[in-house]
Design a protein around this ligand. Sequence first.
Ligand SMILES: NC(=O)c1ccc[n+]([C@@H]2O[C@H](COP(=O)([O-])OP(=O)(O)OC[C@H]3O[C@@H](n4cnc5c(N)ncnc54)[C@H](O)[C@@H]3O)[C@@H](O)[C@H]2O)c1
Length: 341
Amino acid sequence: MQKVKIGIIGLGRLGMVHANHLVNLISDADVRAVCALDDDQLAYAKKNFGVSTYKNYKEMIDVEDIDAVVIVSPTGFHPEMTEYALNANKHVFCEKPLGLNMDEVDTMVRQIKMHPKKIFQLGFMRRFDSSYKHAKKIIDDGKIGKIIYIRAYGIDPISGMESFKKFATDNDSGGIFVDMCIHDIDLIRWYTHDDPVQVWALGNDIAAPELKNIGEYETGVAMLKFKSGMIATLLGGRHAAHGNQVEMEIMGSNGWIRIAQEPNKDFLTLFTNEGVVKPSMQSFSERFSEAFIDELRDFVNNVKTGKNSDISVDDGVKALKIAKACKESADQGTLVDIKLS
Ligand SMILES: NC(=O)c1ccc[n+]([C@@H]2O[C@H](COP(=O)([O-])OP(=O)(O)OC[C@H]3O[C@@H](n4cnc5c(N)ncnc54)[C@H](O)[C@@H]3O)[C@@H](O)[C@H]2O)c1
């Protein structure tokens, strides 16, 4: 196979980022077509990427000569789009989470397993970030000993609140734990090879009371107990005044790791009459630009070589079940037992 011929579904906040990377930075990718519902997004893609455009994803998959489909549509569509693409003999890259409805996700997983020769890769891109990869190596080398506790924060900037409200009003996001904390849930499972057995979670809308009307917590906090006895706390939010705050602390019996305590935009410090300021990153696409490129480069390479993704579909299922248990605990105000099998 020379280049991997690709069709993209979804050109929104993240889809346009992926499309730009695939067209301009990943030399083994050949984007032939895109699909979205928005006329302006399609016109932009036609003009700037020179691709065919569709509003119906089935038509794109049926008509276009493509090897793979990159799915960046709202989460509720992931199962049906994945199944349609696999049944049309296409490889699939699908954004996280796998889906929202567990029955639909179960059917999706069955279909993925019925197509073992087709690559299915899930967008847990933080595994491709250099700092998180470095932490993985330190942990695997035993340098911090046994993991006792992990604390993870994922807080979007307040500047993104309006676009989030539109996203969550037009679609079901799944809520703060499923939409956001799922990244940290995956990382914690990846680092520890352990699964949680119980969760106690809480949520509030103090920073954005209007989110209550669309069934969203602005801030969600979950405390999880793992099989080994390890403890983790997750915090997801959408209210950081200064920028995009994504940080993790891993405490081991012999040492600690901290990743990104401050979301510095670069190495610059600004000294003015207002004080000493380190400008911060403002978006997830800025913070994880390298990881977003590398995960798609990995997918394209996996399609070319036939190598399965290191992120298994079972990783996606377990992370989703854990995130849903966090939501259940916060919604019901109870301790929830987590059943993963
Ligand atoms: N990995 C990450 O860090 C990360 C970050 C943001 C979003 N995401 C995920 O990416 C997905 C998309 O999120 P977003 O913020 O880009 O959404 P968005 O609402 O900004 O964009 C959605 C896109 O999908 C298109 N679309 C909607 N319904 C469609 C349909 N039936 N057929 C074809 N196209 C359709 C829309 O026209 C739009 O182009 C979600 O699953 C989200 O969880 C992941």
